[in-house]
Structure formats: structure tokens, C-alpha cells
Design a protein around this ligand. Structure first.
Ligand code: CU
Length: 155
């Protein structure tokens, strides 16, 4: 590797690394489907776990009386009566743990009818790409230093 190649490589890094990172870190939204049954006084399953950016479709049914399915932070608000089926679709835009609450007074323990939606961050790719970029950078820098030494010896 001569000096010109090295300079070209070094100059291309500020362009190549962010480009590579942005392509790899682009969140791929997946369409996720869940069958949720509401009954006095819980949701089944009680916890839904998705990734940020996922399109979430919930097929909601009630096993007894009329129940609600309310997620304040995501603007989700639906009700379902016994024998009915509701399809709820939303995008999990925000990362966090969100309470799924029943918005219909369905019995004495109604206030305790709470489920949870967990939206996880897609951080793994960013960390992986970041560390790869650092390793490449260290490699290039050591190449450059070795090159410098050789030049000195040759002189
Ligand atoms: Cu309720």
C-alpha cells in the first residue's frame, strides 16, 4: 500500500462509515400480529413485546363482558363486546413500557385490569456497526503508522 492509496482510503472513511452505518441501522418495520383475549380482569397475553417501528395488529376478543383496550401514549382506544372481534392496528413509534388499560367499567376489579405493551429499541445494529467502524479505524491508523515507519527506514 503506497502513500496515495492510504490517503485515498483515509479520505473515503468519513464518507464510507456514515453511509454504511445509515444503511445498516435503518429500522426495518415488521408487521406483528397478536391475538388478545380480554376477560374479567386481565388480558391474555398480559404483555406484548415489539420493536420500535413495528406495525402492530391486535385481534381483540372478549371472553365475557364488554372491555376496553386503551393505550394513552399511542392513541389506541377500542372496545370489544362478548362475541365480537376487533382489529386494532397501530405503529409502535415510541420506545418504552406502556400500560394497556380497560376503558370500560367491567366489574369490581376493573381498575386492576391492566396489560403492558413493551416497545424495544433497535439499538443492537447501531452498537455493532459503531464498534466495527472503530475497529476499521484502528486498523487503518495502525497501517498508516507502519507506513510512516517504513518510509523513515527507507530514507
Ligand atoms: Cu374493565
Amino acid at each position: 500500500m503506497n502513500k496515495r492509496h492510504l490517503i485515498l482510503l483515509l479520505l473515503s472513511l468519513p464518507i464510507a462509515v456514515p453511509l454504511f452505518t445509515s444503511i445498516s441501522a435503518q429500522p426495518q418495520s415488521t408487521h406483528r400480529y397478536f391475538n388478545v383475549t380480554a376477560r374479567q380482569f386481565a388480558y391474555e397475553p398480559g404483555t406484548i413485546v415489539v420493536n420500535q417501528g413495528d406495525i402492530v395488529t391486535v385481534r381483540l376478543r372478549s371472553a365475557d363482558v364488554t372491555h376496553g383496550f386503551y393505550i394513552a401514549e399511542l392513541g389506541v382506544n377500542e372496545t370489544v363486546s362478548f362475541g365480537e372481534e376487533k382489529i386494532i392496528t397501530f405503529v409502535a413509534e415510541k420506545v418504552g413500557a406502556f400500560k394497556i388499560r380497560c376503558s370500560v367499567t367491567c366489574g369490581p376489579l376493573h381498575p386492576f385490569m391492566v396489560g403492558e405493551l413493551i416497545v424495544e429499541q433497535k439499538g443492537l445494529n447501531v452498537v455493532f456497526i459503531g464498534s466495527t467502524a472503530i475497529i476499521i479505524l484502528v486498523g487503518v491508523v495502525s497501517f498508516a503508522l507502519i507506513g510512516k515507519k517504513r518510509v523513515k527506514v527507507e530514507q
